[in-house]
Design a protein around this ligand. Structure first.
Ligand code: AMP
Ligand code: FE
Ligand code: FE
Ligand code: ZN
Length: 293
């Protein structure tokens, strides 16, 4: 990239870029402002806040990012599904006032809430866990997920930590799993685009999403998918090489990100990063919102 282009960038391209992080607005363990402080401490120059099915952390994160002098993109990680398989779809630079987008996210959050209640009902037949214990682990209005049930199980001493809970009681074959509503990925892509955003499929190599490395990915590209998250700890080497092939074939934006969840997951800020040339493409395509800081 020539100096003139670099000089015109609205973010510091000499510092690492991490486009996938979570806060207590969903299943991260730190509030949005604290996530921004951790990002600055980790030496990042640009971050995207991508809570599950919610934009509620944008404003708090933006105020802190501005104070810290780091660049911030507003994002979301949409829960979607194909049959029983869940697929995560990142949406960047969407319009935060887009009514249909907000309605669909609210619908997913409400379905997640009652699904968690159903799971806890089943778990409580075998373990001393109550719905109030789960509510106590989540911020008011947060997108409720299995991580909050996991935290309640850990606090009660029923499991050691989140990861142990996911490997046992909360596993989809663990006997207590319940599904929740989520749109098809093509519907989420349509919504993200309609809201002026840029759709990037999250960690296609992670468990349960590996079908997204074949012809199914082509169908999503036809629906308007613009990018693929290749740098992610849940994509193994085989996945990455397959995905690099598809990215070339379909001219997709390629990202790398941490998927930071605070103490909720071992993922560390900046453990995978995105190249400025790729962020430039996202910024050029997104029209629903600009950099928030
Ligand atoms: P849910 O969407 O409620 O079914 O829960 C899945 C979410 O839990 C994912 O978005 C992850 O962020 C989180 N998760 C999945 N596996 C683990 C794990 N082993 N440890 C901590 N969090 C996890
Ligand atoms: Fe998560
Ligand atoms: Fe995800
Ligand atoms: Zn995530």
């Amino acid at each position: 990239m020539p100096d003139s282009a670099a000089a015109s960038r609205p973010y510091d391209d000499s510092l690492p870029i991490d486009l996938h992080v979570h806060s207590t607005v969903s299943d991260g363990t730190e509030p949005p402002a604290e996530v921004m402080r951790q990002a600055a401490r980790a030496g990042l120059g640009t971050v995207a806040l991508t809570d599950h099915d919610s934009l509620d952390g944008w404003d708090e994160a933006a105020a802190e990012a501005r104070a810290l002098g780091i660049a911030l993109l507003g994002g979301v990680e949409f829960s979607t599904q194909i049959g029983p398989g869940s697929v995560h779809m990142l949406g960047y630079l969407v319009d935060p006032a887009h009514a249909e987008l907000l309605d669909t996210m609210r619908e997913i959050r409400e379905s997640r809430f009652s699904r968690a209640e159903r799971m806890v009902e089943r778990i409580s037949a075998d373990y001393p866990l109550h719905w109030d214990d789960v509510l106590a682990e989540a911020e008011e209005g947060a997108t409720i997920g299995r991580p909050h049930i996991a935290d309640a199980l850990a606090r009660k001493g029923i499991v050691a930590d989140r990861t142990a809970a996911f490997e046992t009681i909360l596993h989809w074959r663990g006997g207590y799993y319940q599904p929740h509503f989520a749109p098809h990925p093509t519907e989420a892509i349509r919504l993200i685009r309609d809201a002026g955003g840029v759709a990037v499929i999250a960690h296609p190599g992670s468990r349960g999403q590996r079908g997204m490395q074949g012809s199914a990915l082509g169908e999503l590209v036809e629906a308007g998918l613009r990018g693929v998250e290749i740098g992610h700890r849940e994509n193994d080497e085989l996945s990455r090489s397959l995905l690099r092939g598809y990215a070339r074939k379909f001219d997709l934006i390629v990202t790398g990100s941490s998927d930071y969840h605070g103490d909720g997951k071992p993922n560390r800020l900046g453990e995978h990063t995105t190249e400025p040339e790729q962020l430039d493409r996202i910024l050029a395509l997104g029209t629903g919102s600009g950099l928030l800081a």
